[in-house]
Design a binder for this molecule. Structure first.
Ligand SMILES: [Zn+2]
Length: 259
């Protein structure tokens, strides 16, 4: 297939997946929820990012690709094994981000399953409960086949961008707002937070490194601290992804009717 034909095929595959393999979670509770997530878990996210959350008495989710452990990414040090152990010991959640940090939208089923098996083994060895594992697509790259496979393997799968959730969330394609140094999403965090608090919805944010200056995919410690404090001041709960799903499930009157 030519490059443009394969891109078109992926676009169609992604469009088809939006209505397939859904697991709809009703959002009906006393308060809205904000989840702070860190893709790749750079060393600075494990240190300054975790500290900003802990300082506010809350915890976050770090999506880890075992193949990046101990290495460099985007010219910055990634997490060490010790970072991951410290995060777990301090009550943060580790999610899956494939093993090789590879795009999942155009992988064969066998290659994707092998990637996910390898990272599950890596996380299990650290003590993560892989029966309740959450996933974030590297580069946000998902499509029909990947969603089919991930919907069977994970409690939730997160894409990149798309805003917040009101009334209902598709656990197999959770959306995010990107807390990046240079805004990439149409709406800003404050607007989405206000809507989350008012509608008692679920806002998941994602960033990468947490340092000054950040990469263009990261955020400064001060701005992150401010975003966390603002979520709490707005009356929202700040919960890692697994705790957020537990919260919605335990509050939902309709949970037994989920399709
Ligand atoms: Zn990533």
């Amino acid at each position: 297939m030519s490059d443009s034909a394969s891109k078109l095929a992926l676009r169609i595959s992604r469009r088809l997946s939006q209505h397939a393999f859904r697991n709809l979670l009703p959002l009906e509770a006393e308060a809205g929820v904000v989840s702070f997530t860190f893709d790749d878990a750079p060393a600075s996210a494990c240190e300054a990012g975790a500290h900003a959350l802990e300082h506010n008495g809350v915890r976050g989710t770090f999506y880890v690709a075992g193949g990046l452990t101990g290495g460099m990414e985007e010219g910055k040090p990634c997490h060490s094994r010790e970072h991951l152990q410290t995060l777990l010991a301090n009550g943060h959640e580790l999610g899956c981000h494939s093993y090789s940090h590879i795009r999942c939208d155009n992988l064969s089923a066998d290659a994707l399953e092998a990637e996910l098996d390898r990272n599950a083994a890596f996380l299990a060895e650290l003590g993560v409960d892989i029966a309740a594992l959450n996933f974030a697509y590297p580069f946000g790259a998902y499509a029909y086949n990947a969603k089919r496979i991930c919907s069977r393997r994970f409690r939730s799968s997160r894409v990149t961008g798309g805003g917040m959730h009101e009334h209902v969330a598709d656990l197999n394609a959770l959306k995010t707002h990107r807390l990046y140094d240079l805004p990439v999403d149409a709406e800003n965090y404050e607007t989405l937070l206000e809507r989350t608090a008012r509608s008692k919805g679920w806002l998941i944010v994602n960033t990468h490194d947490v340092e000054t200056p950040p990469s263009r995919f990261g955020y400064t410690p001060d701005r992150l601290e401010h975003a966390i404090a603002a979520a709490l001041a707005a009356g929202c709960k700040v919960l890692p992804v697994n705790a957020a799903i537990d919260y919605w499930e335990s509050n939902s009157k309709l949970s037994s009717k989920r399709n």
